[in-house]
Unconditional design. Structure first.
Length: 38
């Protein structure tokens, strides 16, 4: 089952950073987070 639907490739094309190993989307919001220590 190595075949993937074209929808998967379309999603990968929309989000290429998801497979490059550098998910900037994960650390960008963390750096912009205000000080919510409670």
């Amino acid at each position: 089952s190595t075949e993937m639907p074209r929808t998967v490739y379309e999603l990968m094309d929309l989000y290429p950073q998801a497979g490059t190993g550098r998910p900037s989307v994960l650390y960008v919001p963390l750096k912009r987070v205000p000080s919510e220590r409670g």
